[in-house]
Design a protein around this ligand. Structure first.
Ligand SMILES: Cc1ncc(COP(=O)(O)O)c(C=O)c1O
Length: 359
């Protein structure tokens, strides 16, 4: 018997916490499978073809994680000693264990960003050939959309086009870490290919807002994806009856894309509820399914804020930023959860600071 005093947690730590739904589990159970490594799994093939078309590319490759998709892409675009340019808080720099150096031998140069975005002038300046080491130059630019550490921020299409044009001028290959590309596309009401086709390669993750247990894809030209098959094998990522997992991806693309708009609307409702309750949130920054809260401005540390929230039955998580915590909305969060989460957060954060001030 559970303790009735303990409220069930509304888990807003990440959009990776979802469990496969009944419909998804049924699709998994019914999957027709084969040997993926031999390219004989019809469900994997169907998913790859579907994602290639969705992202505006000739071909796509199914891999276990978005990290692997990113790392394969970097290997395709650079040789050891080449320079990778990316916004300094992007996933490829912060969370991939230095894979760009370890796997591709790339030298990573992080550029300071605004809302996860960088400007054409930064790319231009960073692409200038080195005067000291003749053949050490930037060959690849990796962008992230939506941008995780910036709080699910979206690249406006014109800005994206300008940066990509500069990158092309300087002969850089361009990779998109589009783990949450579909969130961006839904938020901007654009076909995903409108964003994805501008890049040489695109990562799409299935295990975030799409609600799959695992899986990601790397999309690109026929030629690049042929090379990617080999790199995937080298990473130990060539699988067997992977259609069991790919079936979840096919299901998600049919059922869980348009509904991302609901996650975005709930994130906004949560943010607005917090503001109304006196918790500082910059509403301008809430563009998709993330809400970042500045607990430093409430005089709280991140661990204290997270503990107070947890005690109120609301799970949030730390970010890379010293004073910011985040709530991430996903398919297990309903409207009633938003209301409860606002109440819990207000009690934990405003209530806590108020009582701390009184003490
Ligand atoms: C922007 C971005 N790219 C890549 C990844 C890596 O995904 P995975 O955990 O599937 O490797 C994440 C995961 O959080 C992410 O947020």
């Amino acid at each position: 018997m559970g303790n009735p005093a303990v409220k069930p947690l509304i888990d807003l730590r990440s959009d990776t916490v979802t469990q496969p739904t009944e419909g998804m589990r049924a699709a998994i159970a019914a999957a027709v499978v084969g040997d993926e490594q031999k390219r004989e799994d019809p469900t994997v093939t169907a998913l790859q073809q579907r994602v290639a078309a969705l992202l505006g590319h000739e071909s796509a490759l199914f891999v276990p994680t978005a990290t692997m998709a990113n790392q394969i892409a970097l290997k395709l675009h650079g040789r050891p000693g080449d320079v990778l340019l990316a916004e300094e808080t992007s996933h490829v720099i912060v969370y991939e264990y230095g894979g760009a150096a370890a796997h591709a031998g790339l030298i990573t140069r992080g550029l300071p960003g605004f809302a996860g975005r960088i400007a054409p002038e930064q790319v231009r300046a960073a692409s200038a050939p080195s005067t000291k080491v003749a053949d050490q130059r930037a060959t690849v630019l990796a962008l992230e959309n939506t941008h995780n550490n910036a709080g699910g921020r979206v690249w406006p299409l014109e800005e994206l086009a300008a940066v990509l044009a500069t990158a092309r001028e300087h002969g850089l290959a361009v990779h998109l870490d589009g783990a949450r590309l579909l969130n961006a596309a839904v938020a901007q009401e654009l076909p995903p290919a409108e964003i994805g086709s501008r890049f040489d390669t695109v990562t799409l993750c299935l295990s975030k807002g799409l609600g799959c247990p695992l899986g990601a894809l790397l999309a690109g030209s026929q030629e690049l994806i042929e090379r990617a098959w080999r790199e995937k094998h080298l990473f130990g990522g060539a699988m067997r009856q992977a259609g069991i997992v790919a079936a979840a991806g096919v299901y998600a693309l049919e059922h869980n894309v348009d509904r991302l708009a609901e996650d975005h609307a709930r994130a906004r409702a949560f943010a607005e509820g917090l503001v109304a309750a006196g918790v500082p949130v910059d509403l301008e920054r809430v563009e998709t399914n993330f809400v970042q809260l500045d607990v430093g401005s409430l005089g709280m540390s991140v661990p204290d804020a997270l503990a107070a929230l947890k005690a109120q039955g609301v799970g949030l998580s730390a970010t890379i930023h010293a004073h910011l915590i985040r709530a991430v909305f996903h398919l297990h969060v309903g409207d009633e959860d938003v209301e409860r989460a606002v109440e819990g957060a207000a009690a934990a954060l405003v209530g806590a600071t108020a009582s701390a001030r009184r003490a």
